[in-house]
Design a protein around this ligand. Structure first.
Ligand code: NAD
Length: 323
């Protein structure tokens, strides 16, 4: 069975991806440096899900240090590069750190792949590259030359960097644009995680804007199924470079999300309205026909079911409410 290297394996999506790959019988190498963007305790909890599995090897390493990561790439057949600095708002405070952890790190990953003749890469791009493009649902042919945050800029820059390595060194690459992924173990900086916690603590929810902004929330198991579909596709095909949306195609208004979280937690949401934040977009909305066509992507999980699973996780791990 092929060896799969997952960067960012102690992160939210990475830990779910490793879990599913291991269930499918793959040999998985994980790399993560426990970046301080959010508390290490969450990442150690994520890591525990896979640590100890006989087919899982974990390297605590910083991808900025090329020499340090080279051994992990030995014998690898496909790289799934999820590691990176996430979050739109903090990227406005510290763009340099996003350039280092996203663009420079991706260049390191590509260079090591080239040196070790590894020719298959999936890259975690983002819906944020679409900025405030009004032509929803967004398809992959839209112009994405108008990023509205440094984070979005770095994701677009990585897609371009990936193209140059594909052209020069025949590395097959799929850039997967994720759309607000949620579910158990979701990053604590994201709205759904924050809101569930606030609801359990009986506090009021800060709602940025009038509640009409919407997001194409995608359940993490659907995103992971999409990543694995993309992996199968790239392993079965040569001379591939493409960009594919992995969204849900069902945008949900912020106010409806808050009410749905109220139902899932069995609490009455108390809302405190605040001004919109700089860098935030009004809507994210994926056209997912390309992924459906290419590898049968079929995100099925309704918001309600995903929220219930996430609330269950908090009930199972109450210590996560204390962090
Ligand atoms: N979660 C979403 O809704 C979403 C949406 C669009 C795109 N993405 C992208 O998907 C990827 C995974 O997102 P996530 O939500 O799981 O984030 P996450 O922060 O939970 O996971 C990213 C992991 O990368 C690690 N990392 C960061 N810099 C590193 C470095 N220099 N060396 C080694 N490891 C490093 C972090 O420690 C973290 O564990 C990210 O690239 C993100 O930009 C996520």
């Amino acid at each position: 069975m092929i060896k799969v290297l997952v960067t960012g394996s102690a992160g939210f999506i990475g830990s779910h991806l490793c879990e599913t790959l291991l269930e499918h019988g793959y040999s998985v190498i994980g790399i993560d440096n426990f970046d301080t963007f959010y508390k290490k305790e969450y990442k150690l909890h994520n890591l525990k899900v896979n640590q100890g599995h006989e087919n899982f090897t974990f390297y605590e390493a910083d991808l900025k240090r090329k020499k340090m990561i080279e051994p992990a790439f030995e014998g690898v057949g496909v790289v799934i590069h999820l590691a990176g600095k996430t979050g739109v708002r903090p990227s406005i405070e510290n763009p340099q750190s996003y350039i280092e952890n996203n663009i420079s790190v991706t260049e390191n990953v590509l260079s090591v792949m080239q040196e070790k003749s590894i020719s298959k890469l999936l890259f975690a791009s983002s819906s944020s590259v679409y900025g405030n493009n009004p032509n929803t649902p967004w398809n992959e042919t839209l112009d994405v030359n108008n990023p509205i945050s440094p984070y979005a800029f770095t994701k677009k820059a990585c897609e371009l960097l990936n193209h140059s390595f594909h052209h020069l060194y025949n590395i097959d690459i799929l850039n997967l644009r994720f759309f607000t992924v949620f579910g158990p173990r979701q990053r604590p900086d994201l709205a759904i995680h924050k809101f569930i916690k606030i609801m359990f603590n009986e506090e009021s929810i800060p709602m940025f804007g009038d509640g009409s902004t919407s997001r194409d929330y995608t359940y993490v198991k659907d995103t992971v199924a999409g990543i694995i579909g993309a992996m199968d596709y790239i392993l079965a095909n040569d001379n591939v470079f493409d960009i594919v949306n992995l969204g849900h195609n069902h945008p949900v208004k912020l106010i409806d999300l808050i009410n749905a979280i109220g139902k899932a937690t069995g609490k009455d949401p108390q809302i405190e309205q605040k001004p919109m934040q700089p860098g935030d977009v009004n809507i994210t909305y994926a056209n997912i026909e390309k992924a459906q066509r290419m590898f049968g992507y079929d995100p099925k999980t309704p918001l309600k079911e995903g929220l219930n699973n996430f609330v269950e996780w908090f009930i199972q791990y109450p210590e996560m409410l204390e962090l």
